[in-house]
Ligand binder design. Sequence first.
Ligand SMILES: *Cc1c(COP(=O)(O)O)cnc(C)c1O
Length: 389
Amino acid sequence: MSKAEFINARPALTAPALGEPYLLTPGPLTTSLATKQAMLRDWGSWDTDFNRVTAEIRQGLLQMAGVHDDSYACVPLQGSGTFAVEAALATAIARDGKALVLMNGAYGKRATQILDYLGRDYIALDKGDYLPPQPEEVAELLKNHPDVTDVFLVHCETSSGILNPLREIADVVKAHGKNLIVDAMSSFGAVPLTVDKIPFDVMVSSANKCIEGIPGFGFVIIRRALLEQSKGRAHSLSLDLLEQWQYMERTGQWRFTPPTHSVVAFRRALEQHVAEGGVAGRQARYTKNRDTLVAGMRAMGFQTLLEDRWLSPIITTFFSPTHPNFEFKRFYNELKARQFVIYPGKLTIAESFRIGCIGQIDERIVGQLLRAIADALAVMGVDDCRPAN
Ligand SMILES: *Cc1c(COP(=O)(O)O)cnc(C)c1O
């Protein structure tokens, strides 16, 4: 990288354009000006310059996952993150295989829906809205169901914000000799996840979460031997990861039209990720965001869904106040008028809302958010933020 490029790549938190709100949503999220600017030109998908960008991002992602040899492959795939999850499940699980899906929210549930479409056999451990699957439960299930071939776990279950005990579960899965498929969509890039510490077989993430790119593609990091033995498993031409990988290896190109602007923006986002200190740097900023947010919200009387030890630095769920004047839609609009977009809750048990800690925001901006929340509540006439108990 030249000096000028390095300075350009330095993480400078730039306010969104006038009137553009901060997206406190777990992807799409607020991107940097540099990342947006990377999209101000057009690229030919066959061109060698573009192919170089593709090669660089694949290499950068493998490095982030701690891969230093060719034992794993990185396969980007057009579409949102779910497309990549679907492709990964179809590739990793043999047609006569059987998955154990660990579920504690919307994304674990979505994996079972995908398996239904794929016609793959599975059992599920459903912990409800937010309880973490325990390693002992996984061990017990694997003992009682020796025909299970693959275990699927969501690392950060974005629907509640819980950070599931990946390391402990990975050890159990490996001790039983099963394949581990991790949906690290909302954690990869901000929570350490490397092959030396977490012996995963397949890991899925996407451009518009913790690496702070824009939507357009997902990517799968997969043990190469597993990928190579997956011929004939895919149910879908466009989601065939093996074909996508082989074509990319052979030609340097994406098999079908790539989301060119999203790809070049992602390269710029990756440079900023490195300049911020990689995963550790990003984790530190997001953690500070979360700590500032949670402390400020609790000071106003709000309560988090989760105990502190389960809170991810990605997104936090708060219970809605039971005060009669609190109405989520109004709250949302008041905050949007103050330049902050938040997220509705996804719980079946209680009214809630979520606030993301990821994207180009820092504790100073979280401080502004807290003032905006206090203002919004005052305008709404909500003077007690406690939920029902
Ligand atoms: C965002 C996300 C996905 C993918 O969702 P898309 O809307 O398809 O991008 C999958 N799993 C988790 C845990 C996520 O946070």
